[in-house]
Design a protein around this ligand. Structure first.
Ligand SMILES: Cc1cc2nc3c(=O)[nH]c(=O)nc-3n(C[C@H](O)[C@H](O)[C@H](O)COP(=O)(O)OP(=O)(O)OC[C@H]3O[C@@H](n4cnc5c(N)ncnc54)[C@H](O)[C@@H]3O)c2cc1C
Length: 472
């Protein structure tokens, strides 16, 4: 290791790894320090239940990863990353046994909303698709210091997306499209009537049409492992089992880049109350299942989808989100996001068996048990589900916060996605990656574009770092 490194990165989540890679590939010397025994953060795979069952304890479905401009700019396939696409990216079943779907094809998706809403859906998404690559790059670089690549498309997207999702769903007459889009907004734990939540729904839908919602072959660990292997080939060093508590724990460097929560960064770097205004949001209660067979969904579409949303109506989803984020109680009928990688990746479990996960939202720091409520919801849409359970691993907010210090109070988005904080995080600033300390930077999902395995916060932060290093 040189006596003075160019950059030290703290935290080997997708954003920390991406920041380290972006700096190393530009010739800077980089070392990365991770508290846990393996790299990955929210992109890990572990045998959480029984031998041979490979679970993703956090992220499993990757609409943002496969679409990510940062990941697309790296040769991650050479380091073992392979995206596997389920026949349907996502399905949203209803109690009558039918389902709306988010398919690769706009026409198939629109048809699943019924004849009264098919045209409205096509008119909503089709204008954006030809410009998707530039649009996504512009959106994921906000608040941009550089000029948008396509300011007209971005402005049009802003007109549709900046109002609350409840405005966006007013275009639809029936509840099928409304429920599916409300569920998409809930992926970032945003209130349905919140500022810019329309954009969240649109990004997830457009991502499905543009590039799908794949899983990574073998599990999400493959994404982190590919990033770490690429980093090492570029000369970067990776140290695990190394929790950073103070800046003095780190070797001398010209820049320190933190893939941590703002609260942890303030503590470690002595930034005082700088991030005191930053709010953390609702937590989640997650269950990883080892199953004796595939989930027996009543709706056939759900049997072909990688991700399945469970919420019988937009109202039920809104009520569940409100209970967890505003009313401070666990929802009676939680809205569930579930992922079944086995529909496309048999390597996750012994022959004929499956891994499956589901989570619902609960108040920040909640320490109850949501297992029964989650399984009652699953039984509504997949009768007989409980009979297939071989083993389950549950994790509520306290356990999630132990798994990863960034999940403050079980908030897997590392900060509430509500109000302006959805887009402008961790503070109202045009340079959210810099801090009052000139050598200290933040690159976690507490910075734009926010939660998800996409590496774009790390990519954007690395840009701020190399500009500063080159100026110096
Ligand atoms: C249950 C669950 C389901 C999810 N599902 C999806 C999904 O399907 N698709 C998707 O795209 N996203 C999903 N996410 C969100 C996604 O995992 C995160 O948004 C993403 O991992 C954030 O990346 P990050 O690099 O900012 O931080 P993280 O991935 O959280 O990584 C931070 C890393 O920093 C380390 N660290 C923290 N403090 C220190 C310290 N002081 N010293 C050293 N190391 C430290 C942590 O150990 C961790 O490894 C899910 C998350 C959870 C928990």
């Amino acid at each position: 290791m040189p006596s003075m490194l160019d950059a030290v990165v703290v935290g080997a989540g997708p954003n920390g790894l991406t920041a380290a890679v972006e700096l190393a590939r530009r010739g800077f010397s980089v070392a990365l320090f991770e508290a846990k025994g393996t790299v990955g953060g929210g992109s890990r795979t572990e045998e959480l239940t029984l031998p041979g069952f490979r679970h993703d304890p956090c992220a499993a479905a990757h609409p943002l990863g496969v679409n990510s401009p940062a990941f697309r700019g790296m040769p991650l396939d050479r380091y073992g990353l392979e995206w596997l696409h389920p026949e349907l990216p996502m399905a949203h079943p209803f109690p009558d046994g039918t389902a709306a779907v988010l398919a690769r094809s706009v026409a198939e998706t629109a048809a699943s909303f019924g004849p009264r809403d098919a045209g409205a859906y096509r008119r909503l998404v089709e204008p954006f698709l030809p410009k998707w690559d530039r649009l996504l790059r512009d959106f994921m670089s906000l608040p941009a210091t550089a000029l948008p690549r396509d300011p007209v498309a971005l402005a049009r997207f802003g007109l549709a997306g900046l109002p609350p999702s409840t405005w966006l769903t007013r275009r639809f007459r029936d509840d099928r499209a409304k429920a599916l889009i409300s569920g998409l907004v809930a992926h970032v734990i945003a209130p349905l009537n919140g500022f810019a939540t329309g954009a969240v729904g649109l990004v997830f839908a457009l991502a499905a049409h543009a590039a799908g919602w794949p899983v990574a072959r073998g599990g999400s660990q493959a994404i982190a492992d590919a990033l770490a292997a690429y980093l090492k080939d570029l000369g970067g060093a990776v140290h695990t089992d190394y929790e950073v508590k103070r800046l003095d724990d780190l070797p001398p460097a010209r820049a320190y880049v933190f893939d941590t929560s703002p609260a942890a960064l303030a503590r470690i770097a002595g930034l005082g109350r700088y991030y005191d205004g930053y709010r953390y949001g609702a937590g989640v209660f997650k269950i990883d299942y080892a199953l004796d067979g595939p989930v027996p969904w009543t709706a056939q579409e759900a049997r072909r989808a990688g991700t399945v949303q469970i919420g019988s109506s937009s109202a039920e989803i809104g009520t569940a989100l409100h209970a967890a984020s505003r009313a401070g109680r666990a929802p009676e009928k939680p809205f569930l996001i579930t992922v079944q990688p086995g529909v496309v990746d048999p390597s996750r479990a012994p022959e004929g068996k499956h891994v499956f996960w589901a989570y619902g939202h609960v108040p920040n720091g909640w320490d109850g048990d949501l297992t029964d409520a989650i399984e009652r919801q699953l039984e509504r849409f997949a009768p007989g589900f409980r009979d297939l359970v071989l083993a389950r691993a549950t994790a509520g907010p306290p356990q999630l916060a132990v798994r990863n210090a960034n999940y403050v109070g079980g908030d897997i988005a590392c900060g509430a996605a509500a109000g302006l904080q959805l887009l402008l995080r961790p503070k109202l600033s045009l340079s959210p990656y810099t801090t009052p300390h000139p050598a200290v930077f933040l690159c976690s999902s507490a910075t734009p574009p926010g939660p998800g395995v996409h590496g774009m916060s790390g990519h954007n932060a690395a840009r701020a770092v190399w500009r500063r290093l080159r100026r110096a």
